[in-house]
Design a protein around this ligand. Structure first.
Ligand code: KG4
Ligand code: ZN
Length: 356
C-alpha cells in the first residue's frame, strides 16, 4: 500500500488530498478562491498567491486529519510543480518542501496536466485501461489532445493556438454579464436556449489537431454587444469584453447555447478523428470543461468508442489527481530533489520528466 499526500496550488484552488495506491481517495480538500476572484472577473495572480499562503496549512492539516493518517504514515509528498501561476505554485512547492523535510519523506514534483489525466483513475468503480487511449484535456488554461500509450507516455497531437476552451467560456461569460467562472453559468443558461440561434464559426476545421477559440469569442462579441461609437472606443482596447455594452434585444440563453455548441462541436470532431486515426481504445476527457454535459453527450454520440470523464468534483482543480499521478510516477522511480524549482510553462509529453 502506497499512501501519498498531494498538494495543489497552481491557479485558484488551494487543495490537499491523501490518495492510496493511486485509486482510493482518503481525503480531498479544496479551498476555492472563486469568490475572491469573482470581483475582478478573473484570477488576479497577486491575490491568488496571498490567498494560497493564507489557506495552505489549514487545508493540508484538514486533508491529513480527514484521511485519518499521521504524517509519519505517508510514503511520499507530491506537489504541483507546473504549469500555472509562478507565485501560486511557489506557495504549494515551498510548503511541500517543508513537510517533506520535517517528515523526512520523499518529494515528487508533478505536472498539473498529468494530474488531470490521472483524475480518470479515481473514478469508481474503476475499469482497467487498455492503452493507447486518446486524452482531451480541456481546462481554464489548457486545451491538449494527447495519445497516451502507457502510464507516463504521452504523444502530443495538438492543442490550442490561442485561448484555452475554458478561457473561451470565461471570456464569453464575462461578455454575457454572467458570474466568474463563466463555464458552469454558460452551461446553465444554454440549457434553456436554442443551439441553432446563432451560427458561430467552428475555427480550424482542418486536418490538424490544433484548436483556436479567440475568433469564436470575437464573433460572439460582435453579435451580442452594442457597437461602440468612436468616442467610447477610446482607451478600451484591453479587456474590451469587460466593458462592452450588451444588446438589450439578445437572448443570453440562445447565445450561450449556440456558443457552447460551437466549442463542443470542434472539440468532439477532432478528438473522435484522432482516436480513430491512432487506434485508441477509448476517449478520456479531463479538466474543468469536462464537467460540461453537452461535451460529454456529444462525445458519446460521435464515437463508438467508450468515453470516460471524471466525477464532477474531480474535473476542476484538486489535489487528489496530483496524488494519483504521483502514484504512477512513484512506481516509475521518480524522486524529485528537495531543491527543485517551479516550472510555470511545463508541457506534458514524453520528455516531461526526462531530466528529473
Ligand atoms: O481545470 P480547471 O479547474 O482549472 C485549470 O486548470 O485551468 O478548469 C477551470 C475551467 C474554467 O475556465 C471554467 O469556466 C471551466 O473550467 N468549467 C466549465 C464547466 N465547469 C468548469 N466549462 C464548461 N462547462 C462547465 N460545466
Ligand atoms: Zn487544472
Amino acid at each position: 500500500m502506497v499512501t501519498i499526500l498531494g498538494i495543489e496550488s497552481s491557479c485558484d484552488e488551494t487543495a490537499a488530498a491523501v490518495v492510496i495506491d493511486g485509486r482510493i481517495i482518503g481525503s480531498n480538500v479544496v479551498a476555492s478562491q472563486i469568490d475572491l476572484h469573482a470581483e475582478f472577473g478573473g484570477v488576479f495572480p497577486e491575490v491568488a498567491s496571498r490567498a494560497h499562503a493564507e489557506a495552505i496549512s489549514a487545508v493540508v492539516e484538514q486533508a491529513i486529519e480527514a484521511a485519518g493518517v499521521g504524517f509519519h504514515q505517508l510514503d511520499a509528498i507530491a506537489v504541483t510543480r507546473g504549469p500555472g501561476l509562478v507565485g501560486s505554485l511557489l506557495v504549494g512547492i515551498n510548503y511541500a518542501k517543508g513537510v517533506a523535510m520535517m517528515t523526512d519523506k520523499p518529494l515528487l514534483g508533478i505536472n498539473h496536466l498529468e494530474g488531470h489525466v490521472y483524475s480518470l483513475w479515481l473514478t469508481q468503480p474503476f475499469r482497467e485501461v487498455d492503452f493507447p487511449v486518446l486524452v482531451l484535456i480541456v481546462s481554464g488554461g489548457h486545451t491538449e489532445l494527447l495519445l497516451m500509450r502507457n502510464h507516463g507516455e504521452y504523444e502530443r497531437l495538438g492543442g490550442t493556438l490561442d485561448d484555452a476552451a475554458g478561457e473561451a467560456f470565461d471570456k464569453v461569460g464575462r461578455l454575457l454579464d454572467l458570474p466568474f467562472p463563466g463555464g458552469p453559468h454558460i452551461e446553465r443558461a444554454g440549457r434553456r436556449g436554442n443551439v441553432k440561434s446563432f451560427d458561430f464559426p467552428r475555427a480550424k476545421r482542418d486536418s490538424s489537431y490544433d484548436f483556436s477559440f479567440s475568433g469564436l469569442k470575437t464573433a460572439v462579441m460582435r453579435e451580442v454587444t452594442v457597437q461602440p461609437s468612436a468616442a467610447t472606443r477610446k482607451g478600451r482596447k484591453k479587456g474590451a469584453e469587460k466593458h462592452a455594452q450588451l444588446r438589450s434585444d439578445i437572448s443570453i440563453n440562445d447565445v450561450a447555447a449556440s456558443f457552447q455548441a460551437a466549442v463542443t462541436d470542434i472539440l468532439v470532431e477532432k478528438a473522435a478523428r484522432a482516436a480513430q486515426e491512432y487506434g485508441a481504445t477509448e476517449i478520456f476527457i479531463a479538466g474543468g470543461v469536462s464537467a460540461n454535459q453537452m461535451l460529454r453527450q456529444k462525445m458519446r454520440q460521435e464515437t463508438e468508442l467508450p468515453v470516460r470523464y471524471p466525477p464532477l468534483n474531480l474535473c476542476t482543480d484538486n489535489a487528489a489527481m496530483i496524488a494519483a499521478a504521483a502514484h504512477y510516477r512513484w512506481e516509475m522511480g521518480l524522486r524529485t530533489s528537495l531543491s527543485f524549482d517551479v516550472r510555470p510553462m511545463w508541457a506534458l509529453n514524453n520528455e516531461t520528466y526526462h531530466d528529473d
